[in-house]
Design a binder for this molecule. Structure first.
Ligand SMILES: CC(C)(COP(=O)(O)OP(=O)(O)OC[C@H]1O[C@@H](n2cnc3c(N)ncnc32)[C@H](O)[C@@H]1OP(=O)(O)O)[C@@H](O)C(=O)NCCC(=O)NCCS
Length: 193
């Protein structure tokens, strides 16, 4: 990666999960489209429903948006080796910006859930949104999605049942205060941005 594109996309961070597998969190690249489509198509019906509010095939425009979050937006992925050692995208998180608010969502491949990837991605989005000067991060989470709501509460998000739709909780984080995150960014993360 040259200096200019690194300045645009930020530095990657790698760590070890589970039985010694190295995973890498990085910003998306234009060529990630195919790997993101594979991630989405490989999701269980429940995970697809929790993330996209639909159990069917996710249309191309939505998958494209995972890598291209629009002006001011941020899109992150976690890469890991698949069963035969080939690198695959196993998680995706992004926010799109409207005014001073970032609207976020995240998904982790079923086989990789429960290993800290989701929490780490959301914590990273919070850090980047705060650094970008956004006022709030917000999202809509299905009320039955106990895991996601528990993670968000742990990171300091407020949640309330959506008055327009009782199946959804609206979650918000005011970015004025530091997030309650166990994961700190490496000291040089913002230096490259
Ligand atoms: C929700 C999701 C993003 C979380 O990512 P993840 O990598 O699986 O979660 P993590 O490993 O980072 O965190 C799991 C935490 O949830 C907790 N948890 C797991 N199941 C839970 C449940 N049913 N109720 C409450 N908490 C639960 C775990 O105890 C763990 O907390 P701990 O680290 O304090 O022990 C992921 O499971 C996912 O992609 N789900 C399907 C799509 C989705 O729901 N997306 C969110 C829509 S915006």
């Amino acid at each position: 990666m040259d200096d200019q594109s690194e300045a645009r996309t930020g530095k990657a961070e790698s760590w070890t999960v589970g039985r010694g597998v190295q995973v890498t969190l990085r910003h998306t690249r234009p060529q990630d489209g195919g790997a993101l489509r594979a991630l989405v198509d490989g999701l269980s019906r429940e995970s697809r429903y929790f993330r996209f509010l639909s159990g069917g095939r996710v249309v191309d425009a939505i998958v494209d948006g995972l890598a291209a979050p629009g002006p001011g937006g941020v899109a992150l992925v976690v890469e890991a080796p698949d069963e035969v050692g080939v690198s695959a995208i196993v998680a995706s998180a992004e926010y799109v910006v409207s005014g001073q608010v970032g609207e976020f969502a995240v998904v982790v491949a079923d086989g990789w859930q429960g290993q800290g990837l989701g929490r780490r991605l959301i914590a990273r989005l919070c850090e980047l949104a705060r650094a970008a000067g956004l006022r709030t991060l917000r999202g809509d989470v299905l009320s039955e999605n106990r895991r996601m709501l528990a993670i968000l509460r742990g990171l300091g998000f407020a949640s309330r049942r959506n008055p327009q739709d009782s199946h959804l909780h609206e979650v918000t984080l005011a970015l004025g205060q530091p997030a309650r995150s166990p994961q700190r960014l490496p000291a040089d993360w913002f230096g490259a941005r």
